[in-house]
Write a protein that binds this ligand. Structure first.
Ligand SMILES: *[C@@H]1O[C@H](CO)[C@@H](O)[C@H](O)[C@H]1NC(C)=O
Ligand SMILES: *[C@@H]1O[C@H](CO)[C@@H](O)[C@H](O)[C@H]1NC(C)=O
Ligand SMILES: *[C@@H]1O[C@H](CO)[C@@H](O)[C@H](O)[C@H]1NC(C)=O
Ligand SMILES: *[C@@H]1O[C@H](CO)[C@@H](O)[C@H](O)[C@H]1NC(C)=O
Ligand SMILES: *[C@@H]1O[C@H](CO)[C@@H](O)[C@H](O)[C@H]1NC(C)=O
Ligand SMILES: *[C@@H]1O[C@H](CO)[C@@H](O)[C@H](O)[C@H]1NC(C)=O
Ligand SMILES: *[C@@H]1O[C@H](CO)[C@@H](O)[C@H](O)[C@H]1NC(C)=O
Ligand SMILES: *[C@@H]1O[C@H](CO)[C@@H](O)[C@H](O)[C@H]1NC(C)=O
Ligand SMILES: *[C@@H]1O[C@H](CO)[C@@H](O)[C@H](O)[C@H]1NC(C)=O
Length: 482
């Protein structure tokens, strides 16, 4: 297909003729801008044209004809005729022959794209060698006449890194806003889908949320060398050689090695997290060292196994949390209570959990942070009545795959706030399955949104002591010299 585009610029008129389709060659020509003065210089032109014709015919008429006839058969090496200096240049190269008295001529080979806004023609190529120098040129044949050349648009011939060749499209909409869904439906699947690209992949996000990119930027930058593209409001045209639209998901909060290139597991995903959060955590540590505000108490406590309570607020609250802290300290733990909310920096939560030996929490989305625990540490999930299935499916099973020591603590009816409200004989207490069977909405309204937990500490001492013994076995004996 052949087409013409007319660009008005002041009085000047420029015509660009492009040949597209199978013919991958484009010829840029500046035309016009000189008609007025033609008469005055006509003699000179005739003279020079005469010289030029003599030159052409005396030296290359046969080979020119040969080249044209060859072109109808295949694609011949035209460079010796058009730009002798550029004979034999390879793909991915810009070459300019500026030996001509009348004109400069450049050849760009490979993936060439125009960008009119910056008067540029890009050549996309791998920029492994940094010696790719851009060229400037004016596509007009009166190179020696400075005044007229000044009226001709200068083109920048620029190498561009061919980095946008792969892309993965996904949405950050849906249930996003809940940390479980953010990891389960988003972060882990896009890690599964893109990890084998070795960061040479562009994420194109549908339903782009700026807060999401802020919150998960650390992780995204471990998986992609490029800033994510906002599909809806980015009006540039992005070109890719290959795209995956959508994400692959395996199971709840996990990576199935049998479905991964190189048998990658959820532990490899955890390593991605560790690399993602390390720069920020190092920054925090340096800050604290500089201000001498380092957590002295934590340094002192470090010799004991560290237990973190993920505290909930609103529903499924731990009503006797203070007593639990006392009990845990009594057993020998150093205790930290974490109250993450939507604005808590994930790097800080990671730092806390990556250095802990036991995590305790009441079933809920915050249990997703089990991904931040080191393998062979302990996760105790407190399971309110009516939530057994969800607790095991969403967190118990994934915890085992992450090689955590998992303890599911199913509360007794008298540890539930619903017990005080309804009494021990109400079907809500006696037979939760008769309600949960009716569907998630029932479960949610009855058992998730309206239930708090008051631990029977006599009973809870047992799993807590087990967790302590397990931790001591792992980290060695406690030095209580401080
Ligand atoms: C040159 O590079 C382009 C784009 O990278 C590619 O499409 C083309 O096949 C290459 N041609 C040759 C002859 O290698
Ligand atoms: C790039 O650099 C390497 C080593 O520095 C060299 O061997 C290679 O020829 C260079 N490639 C190009 C296209 O200049
Ligand atoms: C490709 O790399 C260039 C710098 O070499 C950068 O300006 C550009 O944004 C990158 N492309 C994408 C799609 O990120
Ligand atoms: C693209 O968006 C930018 C910023 O919103 C705007 O300035 C520009 O005119 C838009 N370009 C096109 C081609 O719509
Ligand atoms: C992945 O697992 C399969 C089956 O267990 C095994 O045959 C293969 O060698 C493993 N590949 C790697 C890279 O570990
Ligand atoms: C997490 O803990 C391990 C072992 O204690 C440590 O090597 C690693 O640097 C920690 N990661 C971060 C991001 O702090
Ligand atoms: C340390 O001091 C800097 C400024 O002096 C401050 O921005 C930073 O928040 C402080 N860090 C801590 C942990 O107090
Ligand atoms: C629970 O959260 C709300 C809203 O964030 C807050 O106002 C309230 O003080 C919190 N309650 C407790 C006990 O932390
Ligand atoms: C709760 O019930 C259990 C039996 O299910 C009983 O052993 C325990 O003493 C009760 N706890 C309280 C505080 O009543």
């Amino acid at each position: 297909m052949q087409y013409q585009r007319l660009i008005k610029k002041g009085e000047k008129l420029r015509v660009t003729v492009e040949e597209d389709g199978s013919g991958a060659t484009a010829v840029s020509v500046a035309s016009g801008g000189y008609l007025k003065r033609v008469n005055q210089k006509i003699l000179l032109i005739i003279f020079l044209s005469f010289l030029f014709c003599c030159y052409i015919f005396s030296f290359s008429s046969f080979s020119l004809l040969g080249a044209f006839s060859r072109e109808s058969v295949g694609f011949g090496p035209y460079e010796p005729f058009i730009a002798p200096l550029c004979s034999g240049i390879s793909n991915g190269t810009i070459c300019c022959d500026r030996n001509g008295f009348r004109s400069d001529i450049c050849i760009m080979k490979g993936d060439v794209r125009t960008h009119s806004a910056s008067s540029s023609v890009f050549l996309f190529t791998s920029l492994k060698n940094k010696s790719k120098i851009p060229e400037k040129m004016k596509p007009y044949t009166r190179k020696w006449e400075t005044s007229v050349m000044e009226t001709v648009q200068e083109l920048n011939l620029v190498y561009r890194d061919d980095n946008s060749s792969l892309s993965v499209f996904f949405s950050t909409g849906g249930y996003t806003g809940n940390v479980y869904h953010e990891f389960n439906d988003g972060i882990i699947p896009f890690s599964i889908t893109s990890q084998h690209f070795n960061k040479k992949v562009v994420f194109v996000i549908v339903e782009y949320h700026r807060w999401w990119v802020m919150k998960y930027g650390d992780i995204v930058s471990q998986l992609s060398d490029y800033p994510p593209v906002d599909f809806s409001s980015d009006n540039r045209t992005h070109c890719f050689k290959e795209s995956i639209v959508g994400l692959k998901i395996h199971d709840e909060l996990t990576v199935d090695p049998s479905l991964m290139l190189g048998n990658k597991t959820i532990l490899d995903f955890r390593n991605v997290l560790d690399r993602a959060y390390w720069p920020r955590i190092r920054g925090l540590i340096q800050d604290e060292a500089a201000n001498k505000t380092g957590k002295r108490f934590q340094e002192l406590g470090l010799k004991k196994p560290k237990l973190v309570i993920l505290s909930r607020n609103g529903s499924r609250e731990l009503l006797n949390e203070n007593l639990l802290v006392g009990l845990a300290e009594d057993i020998g733990f150093f205790v930290e209570v974490l109250r993450p909310d939507k604005t808590t920096e994930l790097a800080k939560i990671y730092r806390c959990l990556n250095s802990s030996d036991v995590m305790i929490g009441v079933h809920g989305a915050a249990m997703t942070h089990l991904l931040f625990l080191k393998p062979r540490t302990v996760f105790i999930q407190i399971i309110p009545i009516g939530t057994e299935w969800a607790a095991e499916t969403y967190y118990g099973e994934p915890a085992k795959k992450l090689r955590l020591k998992y303890i599911g603590y199913k509360i007794k009816p008298n540890e539930s706030s619903l017990y005080d409200e309804y009494g021990k004989d109400d079907p809500i207490i006696r037979d939760p399955k008769s309600f949960t069977r009716k569907g998630w909405d029932y479960t949610k309204k009855m058992y998730l949104e309206r239930q708090n937990v008051k631990l029977d500490l006599k009973r809870f001492r047992k799993p807590l002591s087990r967790a302590y013994d397990f931790s001591i076995k792992r980290i060695g004996p406690v030095y209580s010299s401080y």
